[in-house]
Design a protein around this ligand. Structure first.
Ligand code: NAD
Ligand code: DAU
Length: 352
């Protein structure tokens, strides 16, 4: 395993950029190929610190383009895949489900086909690792935690597309012996998170004194994990996970949205030297997300016992790091929230 050639898809996105950084720095003997279409969510600024490293390469392209995928596999002699490229935002999936089905289902199927073509049944030292989400399990609203045996019950177009892609990955393992792995993680947060998602959206709006749109009563519960802990879990599963298996990843850190927004208001008031309570006044309850899953809660004990992974970063430390990063990177924030994003934001939130 000393000199692998690993294709990471979606490496210019939020989680992908942390995975690329970790692999490039930790494994100088590996060649890391980042394949990304650079949609609104992909940004090469996220990788400035590693882009000149000799073991890093970028391929600009679309996972819907099978010819392009075949070329990348043969040009770089890929022997491992970590697949993160996806449309990832639930709210957008409610408005454009077809784009989610195309990218998340057909795009994943294309990658499976390209790996199958390139590897020609020789699966020694090969790995196809698909990054999925806890949302495929539905809503854990009657208590308890999602385990890997929890039946799949996706409830949004986004989670339906991810669940479908998971099934295709399992089908390639069962039908063709492709050496696949799947992981399903809870909500991530941290630097480079696109500010359409709850935590960076609230930070950005507090900085700009804009309303803080809490969906419904804010009683929905999410389990938050610092993104670098997710990247380390992906490293553990890629290297130590058992082929054909599914692994849950979570932070054991459940928060009601309204409590989390209040906490962020408190932290931001301190950071911005504003009187306590200033940001809280910006909280606005808006119309709920249709079909809004009440609770996600992950049991990650299989991952912990099989690989020894554990989250390193407490929520207190992770949130502080995150807030500090956004305050120190206002140019990044302004760049990604200008232009197209403003149109999206106004469509999504006006009159809600
Ligand atoms: P993101 O939206 O920040 O990034 C997605 C990346 O995929 C972008 O760089 C984008 O340009 C790229 N991409 C999109 N369509 C593409 C295409 N057709 N071809 C090539 N590249 C394309 O997403 P994220 O939050 O970093 O999530 C990454 C993965 O992790 C996704 O598969 C998501 O379902 C999963 N996931 C996310 C979370 C979370 O909390 N964000 C939690 C669990 C699982
Ligand atoms: O659980 C893993 C999933 O977490 C990933 O698979 C998805 O890619 C990722 O986007 C995330 O999905 P969520 O829908 O949970 O994340 P989001 O940040 O959009 O919303 C978190 C919670 O906050 C959710 O209950 C909706 C609520 N919310 C969100 C936004 C954007 C608000 O109340 N107001 C908002 O403006």
């Amino acid at each position: 395993m000393s000199s692998r050639k690993i294709l990471i898809t979606g490496g210019a996105g939020f989680i992908g950029s942390h995975v690329v950084r970790l692999f490039v720095n930790k494994y100088p003997n590996y060649t890391i190929i980042n394949l990304d279409k650079l949609t609104y969510a992909g940004n090469l600024e996220n990788l400035k610190d590693i882009e000149k490293k000799p073991n890093y390469h970028f391929e600009h392209g679309d996972i819907l383009d099978i010819e392009f995928l075949n070329t990348v596999f043969s040009k770089h002699q890929i022997d491992g895949v970590v697949h993160l490229a996806a449309e990832s935002h639930v709210d957008r999936s409610l408005h454009n489900p077809t784009e989610f089905a195309n990218t998340n289902i057909i795009g994943t199927l294309n990658l499976l086909r390209a790996a199958q073509t390139a590897w020609k049944g020789n699966f020694e030292n090969k790995r196809f690792y698909h990054i999925s989400t806890d949302e495929v399990y539905g809503s854990a609203e009657h208590g308890g935690f999602f385990t890997e045996e929890t039946p799949i019950d996706p409830r949004s177009p986004y989670s339906a597309s991810k669940a479908s892609s998971d099934h295709f990955v399992s089908a390639y393992y069962n039908s063709f012996g492709l050496p696949t792995l799947i992981s399903r993680c809870s909500n991530n947060y941290g630097p480079f998170h696109f500010p359409e998602k709850l935590i960076p959206l609230m930070i950005n709006n507090i900085i700009n004194n804009k309303p803080l749109p809490v969906y419904g009563k804010g009683e929905n519960i999410r389990d938050w994990l610092f993104v670098e802990d997710h990247a380390r879990a992906i490293d553990s599963i890629f290297h130590k996970g058992k082929v054909g298996e599914v692994y849950n990843i979570g932070g054991n850190n459940e928060w009601k949205n309204i409590d989390l927004v209040n906490l962020l208001c408190h932290i931001m008031d301190k950071k911005l030297n504003r009187a306590e309570g200033t940001s809280q006044k910006l909280i606005t309850h808006v119309t709920d997300r249709p079909g809004h899953d009440l609770r996600y809660a992950i049991d990650a004990s299989k991952l912990i016992s099989e690989t020894g992974w554990r989250p390193d970063v407490t929520f207190e430390v992770g949130l502080e790091k995150t807030v500090d990063w956004y305050l120190a990177n206002t140019t990044w924030l302004n760049n990604v929230t200008s232009g197209e994003y403003l149109k999206y934001y106004n469509n999504m939130y006006q009159g809600r």
